[in-house]
Design a protein around this ligand. Structure first.
Ligand code: 13P
Length: 250
């Protein structure tokens, strides 16, 4: 049995005060038996969030890391620094980072290795653009991105990866994949993981859907056996909405 995981990706939103106020609102409510609940916040809010979630089951994630432990990389943050704060998860390879910050499959793979080196669990994002979808390349794109991201991991590590299938055209647009379509692509991603790491590993990897997930559609996705949760942007920013997302994953 895979534990469903709801992760809020706050992107570049919320001051420290707003972040801690959010936790006060969702404490005890976005904590549902059998569902893992993770807030992925900007670096600046992470220390305060880690304080705020003490004595709760809520977890905290970052949205990026550098693959080196340290060095002359102005503006970057390493896995060692995130672990030192007490961060649990880190989003890697989000399509916004691939599109605006030149993140490549090779960098994504280095970051995944760095996450494991420092005891962080990666949430690896994959997904096709509208152009790729219309050209019938959805599964190819997801295969290449998934295999590249997981390259060189041990079976034990691969089993702990969370993959987020996020079709780029569904992010922030109010358009979603149908649950059937998302489950089809996610099933294919699991098949590819099975081809590389074996069925036992593939059966353990949690694969989320992301892209305009809202309280009113989360259940459709969660009804699909292969879909193990959601990575949510906009609808994770309001406490009441976030609570409903976690409840919807039960
Ligand atoms: P939205 O939920 O705002 O579409 O964002 C999805 C996303 O990019 C999560 O990482």
């Amino acid at each position: 049995m895979r534990t469903p995981i709801i992760a809020g990706n706050w992107k570049m939103f919320k001051t420290v005060g707003e972040a801690t106020a959010f936790i006060q609102e969702v404490k005890g409510k976005a904590e549902v038996d059998g569902v893992e609940s993770v807030i992925c916040a900007p670096y600046t809010s992470l220390p305060a969030l880690i304080q705020a979630v003490k004595d709760t089951t809520l977890k905290v994630g970052a949205q990026n890391l550098h693959w080196e432990d340290g060095g002359a990389f102005t503006g970057e943050i390493s896995g060692a620094m995130l672990k030192d704060l007490g961060v649990d998860y880190v989003i890697i390879g989000h399509s916004e980072r691939r599109a605006y910050f030149a993140e490549t499959d090779e960098n994504v793979n280095k970051k995944v290795h760095a996450a494991f080196k420092h005891g962080l669990l990666p949430i690896v994002c994959v997904g096709e653009s509208l152009e790729e979808r219309e050209a019938g390349k959805t599964k190819d794109v997801c295969r290449v991105q998934t295999e590249a991201a997981l390259q060189g991991l041990s079976a034990e590590q691969a089993a702990q990866v969370v993959v987020a299938y996020e079709p780029i055209w569904a992010i922030g647009t109010g358009k979603t994949s149908t649950a059937e379509d998302a489950a089809d692509v996610i099933g294919y991603i699991r098949e590819r993981i099975s081809a590389v790491f074996g069925g036992e590993v593939a059966g353990k990897v949690r694969i989320q859907y992301g892209g305009s997930v809202k309280p009113n559609n989360i259940r459709e996705f969660m009804q699909k056996e292969d879909i193990d949760g959601a990575l949510v942007g906009g609808a994770s920013l309001e406490p009441a909405s976030y609570v409903q997302l976690v409840e919807g994953a039960r």
